[in-house]
Design a protein around this ligand. Structure first.
Ligand SMILES: *Cc1c(COP(=O)(O)O)cnc(C)c1O
Length: 239
């Protein structure tokens, strides 16, 4: 085993243990939570190693980095999640490799994603990104629709050709009433998820929790956790 593979295996084992303990503490089955490894800023060779180690879901947040990485790994059976703020001029590229776009936060993006999915002949899973601290009609600093905009976007995704409404995603706010209160933030997201499932029963994905707060997310009921640093190491520079 290379040093890098041994390192990633050790990190993955530690994260797996954290998820398993959090599930046990919450009385949830381990299979209810899917690990997505966020590979942003790390090379395709790491994605390949992660696949060898059993990882099947990876996430990226910048199309410029993700597109070549996904192309280099196209022989691997992986589900690619796009989790970054997405400009409409990148949508065509993203629709070529992403299986799930977790950062859907405005109607124009829905229209663009739908057109691109149809053109590529692919079905794209879509999660509505919720900015828990955004005021009505506004978007969050790191993307996301204000809570009162969820249903309108969900309806738009559901009626858009080529798109499948998967559920909700959030990033715990750094500022505002939820700052430092991840559990409260994720509980709030779960309330929005319950409401959403009332109208869209199949939209049962809840993507929440990162390296620092995956336990809170699992306790609240997240179905997908997005883990970068705890698996790959501290990212050099911004990302
Ligand atoms: C980078 C990123 C993550 C992973 O964060 P870590 O703290 O490194 O685990 C999760 N979600 C999104 C949207 C990200 O951009």
């Amino acid at each position: 085993m290379t040093d890098r593979k041994a390192q990633l295996a050790e990190n993955l084992a530690r994260v797996e243990e954290r998820i398993a303990s959090a599930c046990a503490a919450a009385g949830r089955a381990r299979e209810e939570v899917t690990l997505i490894v966020v590979t942003k800023t790390y090379p395709a060779s790491d994605v390949r190693i992660l696949h060898e180690l059993g990882v099947r879901h990876v996430a990226e947040n910048r199309d410029q980095d993700a597109a070549p990485k996904a192309a280099e790994c196209s022989d691997l059976s992986l589900t690619w999640h796009f989790v970054g703020q997405l400009q409409t001029n990148k949508v065509r590229s993203v629709a070529g490799y992403a299986d799930v776009v977790q950062s859907v936060d405005r109607a124009r993006l829905v229209t663009a994603l739908s057109a691109a999915a149809v053109r590529e002949g692919r079905e794209l899973g879509c999660l509505i990104q919720v900015a828990l601290d955004a005021e009505s009609g506004e978007r969050g600093d790191r993307g996301g629709v204000a809570p009162d905009g969820i249903e309108e976007l969900a309806a738009a995704v559901e009626s858009a050709p080529g798109l499948r409404l998967g559920g909700l995603m959030t990033v715990a706010p750094l500022a505002g009433p939820y700052a430092g209160r991840q559990r409260a933030a994720f509980d709030r997201l779960m309330e929005f998820s319950s409401r959403l499932r009332g109208n869209h029963p199949a939209a049962n994905m809840v993507s929440a929790g990162m390296s620092a707060d995956l336990e809170d997310a699992v306790a609240a009921g997240a179905t997908h956790v997005r883990i970068g640093t705890a698996v790959l190491g501290v990212r050099p520079g911004l990302g």
